[in-house]
Each structure stands twice: as structure tokens, then as C-alpha cells.
Design a protein around this ligand. Structure first.
Ligand SMILES: [Zn+2]
Length: 94
């Protein structure tokens, strides 16, 4: 239960939501799997094979991101605090 309180992680994800670096769109699909060493979109640390990696599909933001489980939870809890934003990097916006 070490993950119950991680203000750094929570603050980092909150800041990324505020800056738009992380989307606040509702995920369409979330897959869990074994980490492959890729960086977490939330905390920026690698998701190792000892961690569970969650791949989050965000069609509204036209991207997928990978998160640790606690990062996913922090993101999912906090994203609703931010008003919906347009995603300026939509690929189909001419
Ligand atoms: Zn993370």
C-alpha cells in the first residue's frame, strides 16, 4: 500500500493536466499488461517488467499513453477536475 499517498506523483500529473501535456479525455480502452521499460506518461519513470503497464487509448486526443497503475488512478481521479479542452494537435483538424 505504498502507493496510497504519493503527493509527488499526484502533483506531477496534476501539473501535466493543467499544462495540457496529459489529456483529460475519457479513455476509450484501457489495457493492462506487463511493463516493457517504456516511460510512463504520468511520472516519466520507466514501467519495468515488475510493474503493470496500462495502455490508455484516447481517441478524443488521438493518442495512446502508458501509465503505471497508480499514475493511471491519479490521472483518472484528477482529469475530471479540468474543464474539457480542445486538443490542438488533432490530426484531422486542417
Ligand atoms: Zn508512472
Amino acid at each position: 500500500m505504498d502507493n496510497a499517498k504519493e503527493p509527488d506523483r499526484s502533483a506531477l500529473i496534476r501539473a501535466k493536466l493543467a499544462s495540457g501535456e496529459l489529456p483529460n479525455a475519457k479513455p476509450e480502452k484501457v489495457w493492462g499488461g506487463k511493463g516493457t521499460g517504456q516511460r510512463c506518461s504520468g511520472c516519466g519513470r520507466p514501467i519495468t517488467a515488475a510493474d503493470v503497464e496500462y495502455e490508455v487509448d484516447l481517441p478524443a486526443a488521438r493518442l495512446a499513453m502508458r501509465l503505471h497503475q497508480p499514475c493511471l488512478e491519479a490521472w483518472d481521479q484528477q482529469r475530471t477536475n479540468f474543464p474539457p479542452k480542445d486538443f490542438p494537435r488533432k490530426m484531422d483538424a486542417a
